[in-house]
Design a protein around this ligand. Structure first.
Ligand code: TRP
Length: 438
């Protein structure tokens, strides 16, 4: 159940929507290499740290931090990790609901056959039309958030398990179908070259920061979501092997989405650096041209919407679990309150694509880019770094060894990763960015 829930949290819009567009904006191959290094050297150790902390206390992230601080006699300032996570959850959920709304739109339009026989230009125009219509976007965002809140309010276990057991394999299957189509689209060689040949000159400084932010985002790290789920992991399960399974599955889905999208981009003369619209232009185009495209396409966007739903649910869990624990609050009421706050914040993201497109909030970034930067390039990496430092330096060794279930050489390796490699990796990327932007 934990593997399903954590995989449901990890696999989401980050894999199918965000990874390809970020790789596209940052020049492809070099970005992907840095991203993979971040997943394995930084992401996996931090994911293990989150699970072991959650399982040790079996409480919400905020109370986990409070209890572990007491256990280790450390400064209460460390509980900041829990608060930052709650804040990051609101920020991420706010824009997540908007993008998931786009996926609902394509679910309806593609299965209605709107894109049959479409061209690259028409598919781009359809996406631009969606972005130019704030009311439509708000309606879609509202629908997605309402379903999320409904499920969170009812308690996640039954529905989540069903969703993931069936939808995840189906999603993989459909990605393979799409892969078969894009392999024959004529853009394969260029697509592969773009994704896998190493062009460091195309990867700017921001690209390195983006790759790290994306590694945190795609694995749901740095805000306590995995810690909150970790509270439910049985004591006899191996943390290492479950985390590797989840990380490999997540990476596979992201790379497969890229392998689908980039050949289509080049075959149809589209721009790989198109930005957030990349998947929403290329895939409707592909479905519009293949036999039974309306059916395949409808199912595909349904699965993407489900993947987004299981991720959105996990974004509410740290705040929800804490409020239920400390104030004995009713799950339903808390779910609605959290949902309404995120929904309202999300309006800023909706307007960033139309009426507020030119309103700059922070260093030339509009509202959406600011929220994205704050959460993904700041709060998540910072939260992850603090988690690694806390587990590496503060938590007693006996606690860590007891949770991980290994000592000796493997423990030494783990300790090097959590004490030095993961925190230093995050720090170096931060400093590098600051120096180069000032
Ligand atoms: N990992 C999800 C995705 O790739 C998004 C997500 C869910 C998330 N929970 C999270 C990101 C917690 C950061 C933190 O779409």
């Amino acid at each position: 159940m934990f593997i399903l829930a954590a995989a449901g949290s990890a696999v989401g819009l980050g894999n199918i929507w965000k990874f390809p567009y970020m790789a596209g904006e940052n020049g492809g191959g070099a970005f992907i290499l840095v991203y993979l290094a971040c997943i394995f050297l930084i992401g996996i150790p931090i994911m293990m740290a989150e699970v072991l902390m959650g399982r040790e206390t079996r409480q919400s992230p905020i109370n986990t931090m409070r209890q572990l601080v007491k256990l280790s006699g450390a400064s209460p300032a460390w509980t900041m990790i829990g608060w930052m996570g709650v804040a990051a959850g609101f920020l991420i959920l706010s824009f997540y609901g908007v993008i998931a709304g786009w996926s609902l739109y394509y679910l309806f339009e593609v299965s209605a056959g709107t894109f049959q026989g479409t061209t690259g230009e028409a598919a781009s125009a359809a996406f631009d039309g969606l972005l130019a219509d704030p009311l439509l976007m708000i309606g879609l965002q509202t629908a997605f958030m309402a379903v999320t809140i409904f499920i969170v309010a009812r308690g996640v276990s039954g529905g989540l398990e069903l969703a993931i057991r069936w939808f995840m394999p189906l999603l993989l299957l459909l990605l393979l179908v799409l892969l078969g189509y894009s392999l024959t689209s004529g853009g394969l060689a260029e697509g592969l070259d773009f994704m896998f040949s190493f062009h460091p000159e195309r990867l700017g400084v921001e690209g390195v920061l983006d790759a790290m932010g994306q590694a945190f985002f795609t694995l749901s790290l740095g805000m306590g979501a995995i810690m909150a789920y970790g509270a439910y992991v049985p004591s006899n399960a191996s943390i290492t092997s479950t985390i590797f399974t989840i990380a490999l599955l997540d990476t596979f889905v992201a790379v497969a989405a890229g392998l689908v999208i980039f050949p289509l981009v080049f075959a149809n003369g589209l721009n790989p650096a198109e930005g957030p619209g990349l998947m929403f232009v290329t895939l409707p185009l592909a479905f519009g041209q293949m036999p039974f495209g309306a059916i395949f396409g409808g199912v595909f966007f349904l699965l993407v919407s489900f993947a987004a739903l299981t991720s959105a649910i996990s974004l509410t869990e740290p705040a929800l679990a804490w409020l239920v624990e400390d104030y004995n609050a009713k799950r339903g009421r808390v779910a609605v309150t959290l949902g309404v706050i995120s929904w309202a914040l999300g309006l800023g993201t909706v307007f960033s694509f139309n009426i507020w497109a030119d309103v700059q909030i922070f260093f030339g970034k509009n509202f959406f880019d600011t929220v994205d930067f704050l959460a993904n390039n700041t709060l998540l990496p910072l939260g992850g770094m603090l988690i690694a430092l806390f587990v590496g330096w503060v938590l007693p060794k006996s606690t860590v060894v007891g949770q991980l279930g290994f000592d000796g050489g493997r423990y030494a390796l783990w300790q090097v990763l959590s004490r030095f490699v993961a925190p230093a990796g995050v720090l170096v990327v931060f400093v590098y960015t600051v120096i180069s932007t000032v």
